[in-house]
Design a binder for this molecule. Structure first.
Ligand code: PLP
Length: 309
């Protein structure tokens, strides 16, 4: 048994140059056809992706046939988002140097968890972070890499949560959130759907945020920021904050109906009525501050429950 595994691994290593050249040829053929093929995959190609969904193979497949299977069924099922006629979402195609670098770094096969495990990966991470902070004008030495929007929002909200609770004598990292003072989160009614998801992840609740009206570009109107003693535990998100059908272009994605996110009921009630002990809230909004203007007069909203227009 062991001998068979060893000889399989040895055969795989010996075949690596051929396999990588095959992968390179297939990748270049794919990229070469990107400009002329339809952006969306054909329905038949999408249906054929079923061929990739099979039971866990016992003895495994020959390496060359794995690559062929991926290319034959996977490539036609892709969206040509790397091509010149794709205008969906906010994604774009990778530059050739980025693709080439990704190939090289795949060959490196590094674990970047600790600098001792890969000095090169560690230095590259540090330099990339420095460049991003310089570009964005952020303080030197701050920041970190995350996987995407959800984790960026979760990271920031977790930091804000811990800072707010620490300011009220609660060690969230040590004690968790069970029994912690309530924290009010204030968000724009058109906040991205990942903000809501992240609120759930960090224990602040997907449905507890106080949503404030935003203008046509998603900006919160500062005059509606609540005083620190005013909050609501009930809210809902506008359709603009929910996952929905893929928009046809980044421009259409940004277009938000005028008035979306407007309050649709009565004024937000004081936090004290929502806290377990009936006392004023210990946790405060990360957005509201003592300098915030008072809440606006009651408008078209219901218990701070913003309608999902
Ligand atoms: C509906 C939806 N979900 C999720 C995301 C982000 O996903 P991720 O957290 O993987 O970056 C986006 C990105 O804009 C999105 O529009």
């Amino acid at each position: 048994m062991i001998n068979r595994l060893v000889s399989e691994v040895e055969a795989g290593l010996a075949a690596r140059p051929v396999l990588l050249r095959d992968a390179s040829a297939r990748a270049l053929a794919y990229l070469g056809g990107l400009a002329d093929r339809p952006v969306a995959p054909a329905p038949a190609a999408v249906a054929a992706l079923d061929r990739l969904d099979f039971a866990l193979p016992g003895p495994g497949h020959d390496a060359a046939s794995v690559l062929a299977l991926l290319d034959d069924y996977g490539s036609p099922g892709t969206v040509a988002s790397g091509g010149p006629r794709y205008f969906g979402f906010v994604t774009g195609g990778a530059l050739p140097i980025a693709q080439a670098a990704a190939w090289l770094t795949a060959a490196w096969d590094q674990n970047a968890a600790l600098s001792v495990m890969s000095p090169t990966a560690s230095v590259l991470n540090r330099v990339a972070l420095r460049w991003v902070t310089e570009l964005l004008g952020l303080p030197e030495g701050t920041g970190g890499g995350v996987t995407g929007a959800t984790m960026a929002n979760a990271t920031c909200l977790a930091s804000a949560r811990d800072a707010v609770l620490a300011a009220h004598g609660w060690d969230a990292a040590g004690q968790g959130l069970v029994g912690a003072p309530p924290v009010t989160v204030v968000a724009g009614a058109q906040a991205h759907t990942t903000v809501r998801k992240a609120l759930g992840l960090v224990g602040l609740g997907r449905d507890r945020a106080l949503l404030l009206p935003a203008d046509g570009q998603g900006r919160i109107e500062p005059r509606v920021l609540p005083a620190t003693t005013s909050c609501s535990t009930r809210s809902s998100w506008t359709s603009a904050t929910r996952p929905g059908p893929a928009p046809s272009s980044p421009r259409s994605r940004r277009r938000v109906p005028a008035g979306a996110g407007r309050p649709s009921g009565r004024a937000a009630r004081p936090c004290g009525s929502a806290s377990a002990a009936g006392t004023p809230p210990s946790g405060t909004s990360t957005a509201a501050s003592p300098r915030s203007p008072p809440a606006p007069p009651a408008r078209d909203h219901d218990h701070g429950h913003f309608s999902a227009e």
